[in-house]
Design a protein around this ligand. Structure first.
Ligand SMILES: [Zn+2]
Length: 398
């Protein structure tokens, strides 16, 4: 379906909704039926079209992670908690560093690598997916639409429809349009509480650990407080890097009460989960640094380090976080992290190069020489070989 057609349908849906308000006012607390595509002239049909549009955008994106093993794993976890809805869900694992996941009305589900990096166990991933499935099962997007249709979002959708009628349809309106569906997927406090409670029920029914949700959300809050940016650190009410799902201490307490206070993580479960994400760990940490919130990245690295595995990779990226942040004392911390990295068998070869640079900056020529030379020995085909060779010359004895 073309964008024009979709936008027109959405505008029609918005118009229909505004005239049919009394009939829609009573939202029943029931679960949605199995997949039946709603009529295009209905509000729900409009939302499905918007979701299709979002899905088409993602499909064409280079961010889709196509690792078959990883996809199969996440799909299995999703299906365990989605149960009756599994068959109508299309999963996309995305290499995006932001902590997020969503389940759109048409069955489109995305799971960001930022979530996979932060979950400590399969149980925690399952809890978040069960939370998303609940938003889907309870048609929260539709409910949100009904709640907000007198406000900016509905106006935006209508405005876009009118833009099309007068010959619009540029890239700008396309982006605004995606913004509109995103804003409908930004849920309110009651919906979040319900997604936690019913999601908890789904996940534990599937056999997942009772404390997983509370453990996951506690970590998210702690990460928020580790931010380099005061605005993020102090955003108590919306303590949220999980933007569409503001997480509060209140929600953590509610989950802890449901789980009987047990939030201890099972080390065996952590090791098992780490083995699944290990092939992507370095790439996802590199992506995370692109967010340029090094305080948060360092929190994530600390959490991942507790297991005592992958220390070469983790210490290298800890060093990278300090090197890139450049706050006072960060240079020395980067140097120490690179030193620890090269002491691990799984060290990325780039750690030798960075150790060389850090040692050179610290005035330790001998250590710099040795590190640069090790890099050149271990990465004979490296594209930046000539740069490292020239760096090496600057620390040669005269
Ligand atoms: Zn949510």
């Amino acid at each position: 379906m073309t964008l024009r057609r979709i936008l027109t349908a959405a505008a029609a849906a918005a118009l229909l909704a505004s005239t049919a308000q009394p009939a829609l006012a009573q939202a029943q607390p029931k679960l949605r039926e199995a997949q039946i595509r709603p009529a295009v002239s209905s509000v729900e049909g409009g939302l499905w079209d918007m979701s299709d549009q979002m899905e088409n955008h993602v499909k064409a994106s280079a961010e889709v992670n196509k690792d078959p093993q990883l996809n199969a794993f996440v799909k299995t976890v999703l299906c365990k908690v989605a149960t009756e809805y599994c068959g109508e869900m299309r999963l996309y694992v995305l290499d995006r560093p932001e902590l997020n996941a969503s389940a759109a009305p048409n069955g489109y589900v995305d799971v960001n690598s930022g979530l996979l990096l932060r979950a400590a166990t399969e149980d925690e991933l399952a809890f978040v997916l069960a939370h998303e499935v609940t938003h889907f099962a309870r048609s929260h997007t539709l409910e949100r639409y009904r709640q907000t249709k007198q406000t900016a979002t509905a106006g935006m959708i209508l405005g876009m429809g009118l833009g099309i009628a007068t010959g619009g349809g540029s890239l700008v309106s396309d982006l605004v349009y995606l913004g509109a569906i995103a804003s409908l997927m930004s849920y309110n406090r009651e919906q979040e509480g319900e997604a936690d409670t019913l999601g908890y029920g789904r996940a534990t029914k599937a056999g997942y650990a009772k404390g997983a949700g509370a453990a996951m959300w506690s970590d998210v809050i702690a990460e928020t407080r580790s931010s380099d940016f005061p605005k993020t650190r102090n955003s108590e009410a919306r303590a949220s890097i999980f933007r569409t799902h503001p997480i509060t201490a209140e929600r953590v307490a509610a989950l802890q009460a449901m789980g009987g206070g047990d939030t201890a993580r099972d080390v065996a479960a952590e090791k098992k989960y780490r083995a699944v994400i290990r092939p992507h760990l370095a790439a996802w940490l590199k992506d995370d640094l692109r967010r340029r919130d090094y305080g948060q990245s360092l929190y994530v690295i600390d959490r991942l380090s507790k297991l005592g595995e992958d220390m070469g990779v983790l210490e290298f990226y800890r060093g990278e976080a300090y090197r890139q942040r450049r706050s006072e004392g960060d240079g020395a911390k980067a140097l120490e992290a690179y030193k620890r990295a090269v002491a691990s068998a799984d060290v990325p070869v780039a750690a030798w190069r960075e150790l060389g640079e850090a040692a050179r900056k610290a005035g330790d020529k001998a250590a710099a020489r040795q590190a640069f030379q090790t890099y050149l020995d271990r990465a004979p085909q490296a594209q930046d070989r000539w740069i490292v060779e020239s760096s090496l010359k600057t620390v040669q004895e005269s």
